[in-house]
Design a protein around this ligand. Structure first.
Ligand code: F6P
Length: 525
């Protein structure tokens, strides 16, 4: 058995879904609820500390059944099993996709004839020992002072994953302050370097390939800045690297002892569970880092075992394909009602859009249906006062995920109630609008019928955050499988990188003026 390569639009189930859509497209959520008072009970899934309400989606149990048929036609169940074993899912790069192994408690996972579990365990032990020494202050900087700051230097998956977790779990942090430098923008670097003292700062250079130009240039500039005050011998104490390319790390001047390896079978945007998450382990301690992994593993189990109609990532992927390919909307919003999840949307933007923004299918054919959606959003209730007008009264359909927590981490229940009241109100206003009410003024009418899924979680803990991230990771996988694309390569980012390299040289040549924009730039810098 291998992953299906079927064009989903050529299946029987897709045809049935198209017919079903014709019957359902004009039905208002208001009427769906009026016709079936048990809709919420029937269309919600409880899992651990999670309660996920799918009832405000523009679908019925028949839609879920037809999507489950489609999933069966495309071998989803078997593909989920393969996803947790040796596979060549990323076939365009001839790589396995096995980030789930990083959080697995299984004793044996074979890749290329080798059991990878011992390697994972050994790197985890190295992370554990190292983070304990830095947090406790037993490992010190070159002047004998304990570390106070961590600077993670990396971009894309080598920054967004650890950054979202670190900031989301700020409540659990220790005395270390963690910063993330990603952009090549020198102003960003300068602002961060102004916050830290070289004597007490640990620099973590994170790059799977160790060839990413932004990361290497930032790392070199940081090293030069550091060496203005510290001796060469101090680099060993203050620079560590996370990479799959130890030769390049050595070339940069970081000792082999200071390399935390990662592997070919971990994709960048799915790498926070590996040593890429070392800044997280430093910030919240190794035990909390393990709890994050444990939460993700619980979702892995749910994903493997639950039937499609009870399977949270699978149902979320169904809604996604439903809206993009049948309702023809390519806009999906994520609105978490938590200050701590400020970085959640930027993180998901990479993971979804880099994964499923593809126009060639698994057979090399040009795709004629919709693949990835434009993902955007921001935290509530701020979002309500910023861009949600468009959801309520704009002319295009936007589907939304709301994410909320039953408890505030600081125990401010009064505010939490108001925050959550806002979240429930938004989901209701989007679903029902002013339908059924007499509103004379057309400017004050709300059309409703805007779909949403609500994820309610008891508390923002490391374990629950790990679970939440894994739910979205698996949603990407299912969506990619249903749409017959490879979600795990990212060739689309290469052309821009190549062109920027040729521009870098051209910008140094004062006589070279390719465009008016370049002339303006050169004349004004
Ligand atoms: O350019 C895209 C990308 O390859 C991402 O997929 C990845 O997360 C990021 O760059 C960083 O790559 P690396 O970890 O190799 O520096």
């Amino acid at each position: 058995m291998n992953f299906s390569r079927k064009n989903p639009t050529k299946t029987d189930s897709w045809k049935k879904l198209s017919e079903h859509y014709e019957q359902l497209k004009k039905v208002h959520l208001y009427d769906m609820f009026a016709d079936n008072p048990d809709r919420e009970i029937q269309m919600s899934v409880a899992f651990g500390d999670f309660f996920v309400d799918f009832s405000k989606n523009r679908w019925t149990s028949e839609t879920v059944k037809l999507f489950s048929d489609l999933a069966r036609e495309l071998n989803l169940k078997e593909s989920i099993s393969l996803f947790f074993k040796e596979n060549k899912l990323n076939f365009t790069e001839n790589r396995a996709v096995l980030h789930t192994a990083l959080r697995s408690s299984e004793d044996e996972i074979i890749v290329n004839g080798e059991n990878i579990v011992p390697q994972i365990k050994s790197v985890n032990t190295k992370i554990q020992k190292f983070t304990q020494k830095i947090i406790s202050g037993t490992q010190k900087g070159y002047t004998g002072k304990a570390f106070t700051d961590i600077v993670n230097v990396g971009i894309g998956g080598s920054s967004l994953g650890p950054k979202v977790v670190c900031n989301a779990l700020k409540h659990y942090k220790n005395h270390l302050n963690t910063h993330y430098v990603s952009n090549i923008d020198g102003d960003e670097l300068e602002e961060i370097l102004q916050l830290v003292n070289p004597e007490t700062t640990l620099f973590v250079i994170v790059s799977k390939s160790f060839t990413t130009s932004e990361t290497l240039q930032n790392a070199n500039s940081i090293k030069n800045w550091f060496l203005k005050q510290a001796p060469n011998s101090a680099v060993k104490q203050h620079f560590i690297a996370v990479s799959a390319n130890s030769n390049k790390v050595n070339d940069f001047g970081i000792d082999s002892d200071n390399i935390f390896p990662m592997w070919d079978w971990v994709g960048g945007r799915f790498s926070l569970w590996s040593a890429v998450g070392i800044s997280v382990a430093l910030s919240i301690g190794y035990d909390n880092f393990r709890a994050l992994l444990k939460g993700a593993e619980k979702v892995d189990r749910h994903f493997k075992l639950a039937s499609f109609s009870e399977n949270i990532p699978v149902l979320m992927a169904f809604t996604s394909v439903w809206y993009s390919n049948f309702f023809s909307t390519t806009q999906h919003a994520i609105i978490p009602y938590s200050y701590y999840l400020e970085d959640f949307v930027p993180y998901l933007k990479q993971s979804f859009m880099e994964s499923n923004g593809k126009c060639v299918d698994r057979n090399g054919e040009t795709i004629t249906y919709k693949t990835g959606s434009v993902l955007f959003g921001g935290v509530g209730s701020n979002a309500q006062h910023a861009f949600m007008q468009l959801f309520h009264q704009g002319t295009s359909l936007i589907s939304t995920d709301f994410i909320g927590f039953c408890n505030s981490l600081h125990g401010n229940n009064e505010h939490q109630d108001v925050l959550m009241a806002n979240m429930f109100a938004q989901a209701k206003a989007l679903a029902f609008g002013t339908k059924g009410k007499k509103v004379e003024n057309p400017y004050k009418q709300f059309k409703g019928n805007s779909p949403s899924t609500t994820l309610l979680i008891k508390k923002l803990s490391p374990e629950n955050l790990g679970a939440l991230l894994a739910i979205y990771e698996h949603k990407i996988f299912v969506e990619g499988l249903l749409l017959n694309i490879n979600s795990f390569d990212q060739f689309g980012v290469e052309l821009g990188k190549e062109l920027s390299r040729s521009y870098i040289n051209s910008l140094k040549d004062s006589s070279y003026k390719e465009s008016l924009g370049m002339q303006f730039y050169k004349n004004n810098k």
